[in-house]
Design a protein around this ligand. Sequence first.
Ligand SMILES: [Fe+2]
Length: 278
Amino acid sequence: MTVNLTPLSDLFGAEATGVDLSGPVSEDDASAMRDALRDRLVLVIRDQNLEPKQYVESMRIFGDPMRQHLSKLLMPEHPEIAVLDSRIANTKRDDGKVMPIGSRDWHTDHTNHAKPPKMTVLYAVKLPSKGGDTGFANMQAAYASLDESEQAELIKMKTVNSIEQDVGYVDDKARKEFGAAQIHPFIRTHPETGKKAIYVHPGKLARFEGWEPAESKAFVNKLLDRVLTRDVTYRHKWRPGDLVVWDNRALLHVAHTDYDPSEGRILHRMCLEGDVPV
Ligand SMILES: [Fe+2]
């Protein structure tokens, strides 16, 4: 085995060095990285230099590539990869406001799918001179921090999710295909570890089942404000060659926008097939 694995914070996150994903990876290394990801939820694999084809192939270590609904950002020859380039801004449909890619609040990915991706992967192709970190929050720990009576209330709730109306990088065809509302448990149970986590994409949350949209959004914002403490978060400072895989079933993430988008921050994104959340 060549891979070295070290924790990135007390609670979660691991760093992998000594592995090269551009060629075959030994079964020992692959299984050590899968275990690290299961136990630590974020895996930062350092010092990679990958062609798109090698990137797509290597991620089969963790799962099967999933089609993404960011239809306008997909790489034509490798549609498993979405290119997130900070120099491409999107114009909002109604008010004309420009919204750079990645400027989202804390969320898990693609909850508008019946089977949202179990994992998302970002590979750093170009980084700004400063800023642009990605934040991760351990929502299993966040859930565990609540008292039992509150957990019992949350566990009954279901989210109704639909694709945002205000993003320009989804075309009408994709909007039609992925536009149907999906209902998911607000608290989901991890299929491998059995741990429970708060599971939500506030931007895609239309409402809780049986609730009004406004009260649903207010409830989520208030809850996240309370549970997203420093104790449950890790902030990743990107280095060139970083490839970061994380578990969407257990974490929320956020793109920090404290950088100059004109410098060009380019990340290649993949999503890996997941199950129906339970
Ligand atoms: Fe995301």
